[in-house]
Write a protein that binds this ligand. Structure first.
Ligand SMILES: Cc1cc2nc3c(=O)[nH]c(=O)nc-3n(C[C@H](O)[C@H](O)[C@H](O)COP(=O)(O)OP(=O)(O)OC[C@H]3O[C@@H](n4cnc5c(N)ncnc54)[C@H](O)[C@@H]3O)c2cc1C
Length: 514
């Protein structure tokens, strides 16, 4: 009998290893990469599923797209731009700013384009993340998820939308090859994107049906061109721009009062209603456009052009719910059917059900989605118990209704950098937030959210998840968040100092004694 030959043990294909892997190249991922480089950490990779950097500002190219927080504040503190053309810059300028900043700081060679993170699993023995991507597999000691709070377009759950035979697209995937001139166009949604693109397309389309579920609170917009003198001043004397940034920051912090104090909220509601009354004379239309919930419950929208577009003769505001989409028309609850050539979805994004939650498995093999069960939770929006060495940027409860998210992003970046310093200085392989600390933090957030306009303002917003829980918003001023993230609070974490898999030192020490 022929002796059976022993098969050599199958070895898994070697994976490229980086100390840090960052998912995403928007404001968060790029900011993280730049600050890593400034700290002298060059062993990192940025995974970007698209063929270019820029995140939100690469994808949202719809007409009229611009930031709604002043550019002096909606930019990195470490990279002021004296050349903004207006106080609220248009999308191409913000994208150019991100590209220029990334280029100047040398992060582009670290980007792996068209590389989508498909799955990340924590390897407890080897104390690292195993990453499966649409390209080669990788490993990393640290995983930083900067995949964006508003990067997955959401479509309405209406029967028949897939049967539509005309052209349709989401505002974040604008079809520039499609000419809307003279067409019958339906816009579904009246949120932050729709209020920007509707006034741009209204003059060229034949008929525009705007389907509104909830009337937004709209306030006058302060956008204006930046003067040559201002730009020269900021170029010659950068502290002037820093002072302007600080002024804007504190002015916007005061907006929190409107979310927390009813009297202030009422005053702003009056300003908004005066804005509506001055632009919309028809009482029927005015009634349709009057919000029936407290201001701030949903995002407040600054624009002078929205109402002005809606009063035009080729525009109809439809408030009856859509019940069905047919191959060439849209049917509403009152039985009306409107024939349309194109549907544009201004229906927002998956905010509280981020797809990455299904793609990250922790120490016990469960995905974030399995652990969260519909309600995202983290500690300081950044770390999650059971997921060592995972850091989230713009994670749960870091979203804002009143000011620049870049402020929160930079706070989180500081926190992550200090965590990496701590790992090094303590000779640890991993950090993991203690479950009781995470629970206490989230209980505190719940208390802070109680009674605010977001949960008692009488609206349905994307800040609140399917369990009725505030999963997205940081519920107060942003400066306390900056204070809380200034230093990595190592006592809140367990540190692991194991040296190698199946051997060496293996002491999962409580951090407080580390
Ligand atoms: C039209 C619009 C206007 C806005 N205006 C403002 C404003 O004025 N002020 C404000 O504070 N906020 C604003 N926001 C919110 C905005 O999302 C944030 O300000 C900010 O841009 C988020 O940056 P980010 O890097 O966290 O995410 P993003 O910019 O969304 O970047 C995420 C990146 O991750 C990539 N990615 C996602 N999943 C994967 C994966 N699995 N694998 C690999 N890559 C992946 C995406 O392709 C993307 O490039 C706006 C949002 C939109 C949509």
């Amino acid at each position: 009998m022929q002796a059976q030959r022993k098969q050599p043990a199958r070895r898994a294909a070697p994976r490229r290893h980086s100390r840090v892997a960052i998912v995403g190249t928007g404001f968060s991922g790029l900011g993280m990469a730049i600050r890593l480089k400034q700290e002298g950490e060059h062993d990192f990779v940025l995974l970007e599923r698209a063929g270019d950097i820029g995140g939100t500002w690469r994808d949202n190219t719809y007409p009229g797209c611009r930031c709604d927080v002043p550019s002096h504040l909606y930019s990195y503190s470490f990279a002021p731009n004296p050349n903004w053309s207006s106080t609220f810059s248009p999308q191409p300028e913000i994208l150019a700013y991100l590209k220029d900043t990334a280029n100047r700081h040398g992060v582009l060679p670290h980007v792996s384009f068209e590389t989508e993170l498909e799955h990340a699993s924590w390897d407890e023995d080897d104390q690292l993340w195993r990453l499966d991507t649409s390209n080669e597999p990788l490993t990393a000691d640290i995983l930083i998820a900067a995949q964006g709070p508003l990067s997955e377009p959401s479509l309405p759950n209406v029967p028949g939308i897939e049967s539509f035979e005309g052209t349709s697209f989401h505002s974040a995937e604008w079809d520039h090859a499609h000419d809307l001139t003279g067409e019958r166009v339906a816009v579904i949604g009246t949120g932050a994107s729709a209020i920007q693109f509707v006034p741009e397309i209204q003059p060229i389309v034949g008929k525009l049906h705007v389907f509104q579920r909830t009337a937004p609170w709209v306030v006058p917009h302060r956008n204006r061109p930046m003067t040559r003198v201002e730009r020269a001043l900021y170029r010659q004397f950068p502290p002037a721009q820093l002072a302007m940034r600080a002024g804007i920051y504190w002015a916007r912090e005061s907006f929190v009062l409107q979310f927390r104090r009813r009297a202030v909220g009422k005053l702003l509601e009056r300003i908004s209603l005066t804005h509506l009354e001055s632009q919309v004379k028809d009482p029927e239309l005015r009634k349709k456009l009057t919000p029936h919930y407290r201001m701030g419950c949903k995002r407040i929208l600054p624009t002078d052009e929205w109402y002005a577009a809606l009063v035009k003769p080729n525009v109809e505001v439809v408030t009856d719910a859509i019940t069905e989409v047919r191959p060439h028309s849209i049917v509403t609850a009152d039985g009306s059917e409107r024939e349309v050539d194109t549907i544009i979805y201004g229906t927002g994004f998956h905010v509280t059900d981020v797809p990455i939650a299904n793609r990250v498995s922790g120490r016990d093999g469960r995905t974030l989605a399995e652990v969260w069960r519909g309600s995202m939770q983290a500690y300081k929006g950044s770390t999650v118990s059971g997921y060592p060495n995972l850091f989230l940027l713009v994670g749960p409860n870091t979203g804002l209704g009143h000011t620049s998210i870049v402020f929160m992003i930079e706070s989180q970046i500081n926190y992550v950098l200090d965590a990496l310093r701590t790992l090094r200085s303590r000779g640890a392989r991993s950090v993991e937030v203690r479950p009781e600390t995470q629970a206490a933090y989230n209980a505190e957030l719940d208390r802070m959210t109680e009674g605010t306009v977001w949960v008692s303002g009488g609206c349905q917003s994307y800040y609140i998840d399917r369990n009725g829980h505030n999963a997205a918003l940081w519920p107060t001023y942003t400066w306390p968040f900056r204070q809380r993230t200034r230093h990595f609070d190592v006592a809140a974490y367990a540190l692991d100092r194991r040296v190698s898999a199946n051997g060496g030192r293996h002491d999962r020490a409580p951090a407080a004694h580390a």
